[in-house]
Design a protein around this ligand. Structure first.
Ligand SMILES: [Ca+2]
Length: 539
C-alpha cells in the first residue's frame, strides 16, 4: 500500500467507524515500508532444495517458503564464487563493472574490499530509514579496510569477515561489529596456500559453539530489537560451504552438531553431513519465519532465499554433490560459468503481495536486488547500475516487468579469466580461461544442460556477442582479463561437452570397476574435473 492509499484508508476509517484508534493504527502499519530479509546460502546447488526437485535432503521449511511465495527458475547468482557474487548482490553491478570481481589471497586482500565510493544496497536502505544488519559471512573488506560492513551501510554486523576464517564452523572467534568475540572452541590453525598466502583456516579440536547457531540467535535478536521500524536483515549463512581444510586433512568438510535424520543412512559420513547441514539451515529459515509471525511482522516482510553460487566438487569438500544431484542436470560446478555454477534457487515470500505457490521464469540475477529493494524502500538507486527491479514480477505484473537484453559474468582464477554472457535469456556464450578463447554457444531454450556447442551454426549471434563483450566491462587494475591461455584452458577448450555432469561420482567409480583404470583415471585427471588453477582456497 502506498502512503497515499494508506492515508485514504485512515480517512475512510475515520468517517465510518467509531472505533477509530484501531483503524488508524492498522493503516499506519500498512503504510510502513516493508522489512526485507535476504537469506543467502553458501555453495548451495540449484536443486539442493525439495521445492527444486531434491529427493534426498529434507527442506520442509524452505519448501513451505516456496509454497507460500514465488519460486524463480531462471535466476542467477552474481558470480560462480563467493566474494564477487556477494559484491554484485550488494552493489547492483555485474562482475564487469563491480569492485570485487574475484576471490583474492589474503596477502592481496586490498583487491577484495569495497571502497568508500561504492554504494551498497544496505547503505541505500539505511538512508531510507531502515535498520540494517549483516549476520554471517561478508568477504568484501577486512576490519581495517573501507569495505568493513559498518562502513558500507550496516548498523550491525555479526559473523566472519574473511572467507578462509569462515571455512571453520567452530572458530575461536567471530566479529561483532568491530570487536572480536572469543569463543570457547579450541582450533588448530592451518595455513592455506604457500606460506599462508591465502590466509589461516582451522579445524576445531574442541567443538563447543557452532557458529550458525550463534548467527541465528543474533538474527532473531536483531529482528526483535527492530520490530517497530523497517529493517533489512542480510543473513549470509556459511551453510553448506565445506571446511576445506578439514576436507583436505580429514576427508570430511561437512561440519554440523549432529547428523539428525541422516544418521542411519547408508551414505558415506561426509554425504550425511552435507545433507544435515542443509536441513539445519532449513530449520533456521523456519525459526526466522516463526519469529516474524510471532512479532506480527509476517505480512509486512519480504523474505528472499538464494545461494551465492553452485555446488562444490568433492575434491574440495569430501562430500559428493553429484550424489545429491545438487545441480539437477545443469552442467558444471562452483567456479564454472555454465548453468550449474551460476544458476541459483531464488524464493520470495511476501503474504498478500506475492501470490502463493507461483513459479516465475523471469530472467534475473543478483544485481537486480538493489533496484528491487530501492523500489520497496522508495529510495533512488545510483545511476549507471546493472540492476533491474524484479518487483513487478514478484507482484504478478508481468506486463510491467523490464527485461535484461544481456547478462554478464566473469570468473578470475589465479591465472585466467573466464567470461559468459546471456542474450535475451536464451543464448549463452562462454569463453573459458582467456579472452582469446573462442566463444562456445548454447541455446538454453533447447539445451539447458549446455551439451551442444552450436557456435559454428550461429555466426551472427557469435558476432553480436563478440561486439557486446568489447563494451560489457570496464577494466579494473585489480581484476585484469588474462590473455595467456594456460595449458589447462587449452585442454578445456579442446574438450567436447560430455555427459559427466549427469552422472554421480559413484557412477564413475562403477565404471572403473567395469573398465579398470582407463575411463575413470582420464576423467579424474581431466582438467575439467580438477583443473590446476582451481585452488578451492579462500572461496
Ligand atoms: Ca559460495
Amino acid at each position: 500500500m502506498t502512503r497515499r492509499t494508506a492515508l485514504t484508508t485512515v480517512l475512510i476509517c475515520v468517517g465510518i467507524h467509531t472505533g477509530m484508534t484501531a483503524c488508524v493504527a492498522r493503516a499506519a502499519e500498512d503504510s510502513r515500508k516493508p522489512n526485507i530479509v535476504f537469506i543467502l546460502a553458501d555453495d548451495l546447488g540449484y536443486a539442493d532444495l525439495g521445492c527444486y526437485g531434491q529427493t534426498k535432503i529434507r527442506t520442509p521449511h524452505i519448501d513451505r517458503l516456496a509454497a507460500e511465495g514465488m519460486r524463480f527458475t531462471r535466476f542467477y547468482a552474481g558470480a560462480s564464487v563467493c566474494a564477487p557474487s556477494r559484491c554484485v548482490l550488494m552493489t547492483g553491478k555485474h562482475t564487469g563493472h563491480c569492485r570485487v570481481r574475484g576471490n583474492a589471497p589474503l596477502v592481496e586482500r586490498a583487491r577484495q574490499t569495497l571502497r568508500r565510493d561504492d554504494v551498497t544496497v544496505a547503505a541505500l536502505l539505511q538512508r531510507a530509514g531502515y535498520a540494517t544488519a549483516l549476520v554471517g559471512k561478508w568477504g568484501l573488506g577486512m576490519d581495517d579496510m573501507p569495505g568493513q560492513p559498518l562502513k558500507q551501510g550496516f548498523d550491525f554486523f555479526f559473523g566472519y569477515l574473511d572467507q578462509v576464517h569462515a571455512h571453520n564452523y567452530f572458530p575461536d572467534y567471530v566479529w561483532r561489529n568491530t570487536e572480536k568475540v572469543m569463543l570457547p572452541n579450541e582450533v588448530r590453525a592451518i595455513l592455506c596456500g604457500k606460506n599462508g598466502a591465502w590466509g589461516t583456516g582451522g579445524i576445531a579440536t574442541r567443538r563447543v559453539a557452532y557458529s550458525p547457531k550463534l548467527m541465528l540467535d543474533e538474527a532473531l535478536g536483531f529482528i526483535q530489537r527492530n520490530q517497530s521500524r523497517p529493517f533489512f536483515l542480510y543473513f549470509a549463512t556459511t551453510i553448506p560451504h565445506a571446511n576445506n581444510e578439514a576436507a583436505k586433512e580429514l576427508g570430511n568438510g561437512a561440519e554440523v552438531p549432529d547428523l539428525g535424520v541422516y544418521r542411519d543412512e547408508s551414505w558415506p559420513e561426509p554425504d550425511k553431513g552435507y545433507a544435515a547441514m542443509i536441513t539445519y539451515l532449513d530449520a533456521q529459515v523456519g525459526a526466522i519465519l516463526t519469529r516474524l509471525k510471532q512479532l506480527g511482522l509476517d505480512d509486512n516482510t519480504l523474505v528472499i532465499f538464494s545461494s551465492d553460487n553452485g555446488p562444490e566438487m568433492r575434491e574440495f569438500t569430501g562430500y559428493d554433490t553429484t550424489f545429491f544431484k545438487s545441480a539437477r542436470g545443469l552442467r558444471g560446478f562452483k567456479r564454472d560459468n555454465y548453468e550449474g555454477g551460476i544458476r541459483a534457487p531464488l524464493i520470495a515470500r511476501w503474504p498478500d503481495k506475492i501470490k502463493a505457490g507461483c513459479v516465475s521464469e523471469h530472467v534475473g540475477y543478483f544485481g537486480d536486488f538493489l533496484a528491487t529493494a530501492s523500489e520497496l524502500a522508495e529510495v533512488a538507486p545510483p545511476s549507471g547500475l546493472d540492476s533491474i527491479s524484479f518487483l513487478p514480477a514478484l507482484l504478478g505484473r508481468r506486463d510491467q516487468q523490464k527485461q535484461h537484453q544481456w547478462l554478464y559474468w566473469e570468473y578470475h582464477s589465479g591465472r585466467a579469466t573466464s567470461q559468459a554472457v546471456l542474450l535475451d535469456g536464451r543464448w549463452k556464450g562462454i569463453r573459458n580461461e582467456s579472452r582469446a578463447a573462442p566463444l562456445e554457444l548454447y541455446d538454453l531454450r533447447a539445451d539447458v544442460a549446455e551439451t551442444q556447442d552450436i557456435a559454428s551454426r550461429h555466426p551472427e549471434i557469435i558476432g553480436k556477442m563478440e561486439a557486446h563483450l568489447k563494451t560489457a566491462r570496464e577494466d579494473s587494475p585489480n581484476w585484469p582479463l588474462r590473455d595467456a591461455r594456460s595449458a589447462v584452458g587449452a585442454q578445456r577448450a579442446a574438450q567436447q561437452p560430455s555427459a559427466r555432469e549427469h552422472r554421480t561420482q559413484r557412477d564413475l567409480a562403477a565404471e572403473k570397476t567395469e573398465r579398470p583404470g582407463r575411463t575413470l583415471c582420464r576423467r579424474l585427471d581431466s582438467p575439467r574435473l580438477l583443473p590446476l588453477s582451481r585452488s578451492g582456497r579462500g572461496e
